[in-house]
Write a protein that binds this ligand. Structure first.
Ligand code: WT7
Length: 648
């Protein structure tokens, strides 16, 4: 093998669900006979009516349709709760760790989870929510977020979670985008010792709403909040009115389970739709195999349920598997940079799953924060969200894992529902920085970027596509199937196009090189540059804006904005701050530009197209090789931008 590899220890492999030989065998079976493989593994969840058809997939542009287990029926919430009552009713399902380390953690058993979900489902019903209706969840990381997701699943409603860091505008767009009947939120949300006024944000989001969207409020802090004139309800009051019995709705495998908005290269975020049967099979199977999860393990994914990682690996995957899953309300650096490790010690965490950006931030704070805690219960370490740089990988391995825990670098996307390319900890020798090899049933291909031709040789570099479907694949864009096809199936015909570039090495390992579209990856969160641009130009003093990514030590990529002001407006530090605040309020804190450069002019072709390639180079402080600038309308613009570049 090329590069330095870290094979699993013989001891680990011996106890693992899958070792190297078993991986080869299962992988071969999964791609040689998908129907046989999935008719077997589809049974890992409980079906009300078993499926007889496994797979019905068409990737042809114009006719894209994806169905798995289509004639089966099930209830996802019953799979995450009822199913476990007889065998593990008194086992902890969720450990909730609050923002303040001094506040008491909660341990919620499967029986309590079941009761809480049923009651919340009955509250939803009382508020008029039924099968197929949409519910927006805008909650902090509290157990009620999981109850709300499962309550929707129980009655067949479709949830759309909006990350609590999103602004009222972004929230409003998502509420309208799916015509939600109900929004569930909290009064205020503590995080890292600060509070977000969630209910106030909902009020603002609903201000211009013509429909009467109801709002259910969880009392998290008891802080003073404003109530709308009608349509607002306290959860603790409504829950008194319902009983604890709520039969699960029988859903078809292809009924939508949730919508989750994610940024694309153009325009508004799109509502990724995941359905019930295939998604649950995928979330639970990847959770078990990728993390080598065994009964009794304590699993911690540090993501927020507002992102897909939280959907699949805090809630659906772990709970379908009867795991104990941790929900953490806080941030890695509060009250200090030892918080993650304090929580690992306190709750005896076995599998720990986080993002490279968090690892880099903590790495910079020194090893003392890690070394003072007992991390001996850790068995597997995971990462997700962006390529992990080898320095961060090595620190994770040596300092956190003591050189003894396998690291799984999991490549996937909101669209894929769960892991697609990832090591299995008992089977795959790791290489720092590589997501390694495909999960069962996943057939990655590398295509030549321009021609779209599949590269047959093992060593390859180009765009990463998938040749065939897997059960957890998204099915459509909410309300816009054409956009689904155009985004993922138009450019490279016959394949699902991931939007990522990649390299395959001589060992067949995949190395993700980042997005090839106008999407940037900021702290493991996807941001469309077009979205930040439209927020900027919505400001009265801004004439034009162009946004690109640039390398950032902690965030992976930072947001670099070139801003042209309206005639008569003067650049100033105050205005720079004003624009930062503006973008925060238009989208949310994660979209705040890291660097703003005043640009009297932008490099454009004679037809008026902004040449982003040049802007990217300048932002990367790598303007020695700008390539061909002869097609520019005014080449002088470039010298001016280089002269005043912000990243030196
Ligand atoms: C994009 C998807 C999947 C949950 C978190 C982000 C990048 C994700 C990796 C990884 C290299 C990665 C890709 C992908 N990405 N994981 N292990 N190595 N890149 O979900 O917001 O849908 O973003 O994140 O560029 O396309 P998302």
């Amino acid at each position: 093998m090329s590069d330095k590899t870290y094979p699993p220890s013989a001891e680990f492999a011996a106890k693992a669900h899958v070792d190297a030989a078993r991986y080869d065998e299962m992988y071969a079976a999964s791609v040689n006979d998908p129907d046989g493989f999935w008719s077997e593994h589809g049974k890992r969840i409980d079906w009300i009516k078993p499926f007889s058809k496994v797979k019905d997939v068409n990737f042809d542009f114009g006719n894209v349709a994806i169905k798995w287990f289509e004639d089966g029926t099930l209830n996802v919430a019953a799979n995450c709760t009822d199913r476990h009552l007889a065998t593990r009713g008194d086992q902890t399902a969720i450990i909730w760790e609050p923002d303040e380390p001094g506040d008491e953690a909660q341990h919620i058993t499967y029986r309590q989870l079941h009761e809480n979900v049923c009651k919340m489902a009955n509250v939803f019903k009382n508020l008029g929510v039924g099968k197929g209706d949409r519910v927006v969840i805008y909650l902090p990381m509290i157990p009620e977020a999981a109850y709300a997701m499962l309550a929707c699943a129980r009655i067949g409603a479709i949830h759309s979670i909006v990350f609590a860091g999103f602004s009222p505008d972004a929230l409003g767009a998502r509420i309208n985008g799916c015509d939600a009947k109900l929004v569930i939120t909290a009064d205020t949300a503590p995080r890292g010792g600060r509070k977000t006024k969630l209910k106030d944000n909902v009020n603002q989001a609903l201000l211009h709403d013509v429909d009467d969207v109801k709002c259910l409020v969880v009392k998290r802090t008891g802080d003073q909040i404003a109530w709308r004139s009608e349509g607002d309800y306290w959860l603790h009051e409504e829950i008194e009115k319902v009983d604890a019995d709520c039969p699960p709705e029988e859903m078809s495998a292809e009924d939508p389970l949730f919508i989750l908005y994610t940024s694309g290269s153009t325009g508004q975020p799109k509502g990724v739709v995941h359905t019930s049967g295939g998604y649950l099979v995928w979330a639970s199977m990847t959770h078990q195999y990728t993390f080598d999860y065994h009964d009794g393990d304590i699993f911690w994914c540090t993501a927020d349920v507002g992102w897909v990682t939280g959907h699949s690996y805090i809630v659906y995957g772990p709970l379908a598997n009867g795991a104990t899953t941790i929900m953490f309300e806080g941030v890695p650096t509060y009250p200090d940079a030892g918080r993650f490790w304090a929580v690992c010690e306190k709750h005896k965490v076995n599998q720990f799953y986080t993002a490279p950006t968090a690892i880099r931030a903590l790495m910079g704070q020194g090893n003392d924060f890690v070394e003072k805690y007992d991390l001996s219960d850790l068995k597997v370490l995971g990462t997700v969200g962006e390529p992990i740089n080898p320095e961060a990988w090595n620190w994770y391995n040596e300092v956190v894992g003591n050189g003894k825990r396998p690291i799984v670098d999991t490549w996937w996307q909101t669209e894929t529902g769960g892991h697609l390319i990832t090591p299995l900890p008992g089977a795959t020798p790791a290489k720092p920085g590589s997501a390694t090899v495909p999960f069962f049933g996943v057939e990655p291909v590398v295509l030549e970027t321009e021609s779209g031709k599949e590269i047959d040789s093992t060593e390859a570099e180009g765009v990463l596509c998938l040749k065939d479907s897997w059960p957890g694949q998204m099915r459509t864009v909410w309300g816009d199937h054409d956009r689904f096809e155009a985004t993922y199936f138009q450019q490279y015909k016959g394949y699902y196009f991931s939007g990522d570039g990649c390299r395959r090495d001589a060992d067949g390992y995949y190395w993700i090189t980042g997005r090839v579209d106008d999407v940037i990856n900021v702290s493991g969160h996807r941001m469309g540059t077009a979205e930040v641009e439209s927020a900027l130009v919505a400001h009265a003093k801004v004439a034009e804006a162009a946004v690109v990514g640039y390398p950032h030590d902690i965030k992976g990529q930072g947001i670099y904005a070139y801003v042209t002001l309206m005639t008569g407006e003067e650049p100033s530090d105050d205005l720079r701050k004003e624009l930062e605040t503006w973008v925060r309020s238009e989208i949310g804190p994660i979209a705040k530009p890291d660097l703003i450069q005043w640009a009297p002019g932008l490099p454009k072709t004679r037809s008026g197209k902004i040449m982003r390639r040049i802007l990217r180079k300048i932002a990367e402080n790598d303007f020695g090789s700008l390539g061909d600038t002869s097609t520019l309308a005014d080449p002088g613009v470039v010298d001016e931008l280089i002269e005043n570049r912000m990243n030196r």
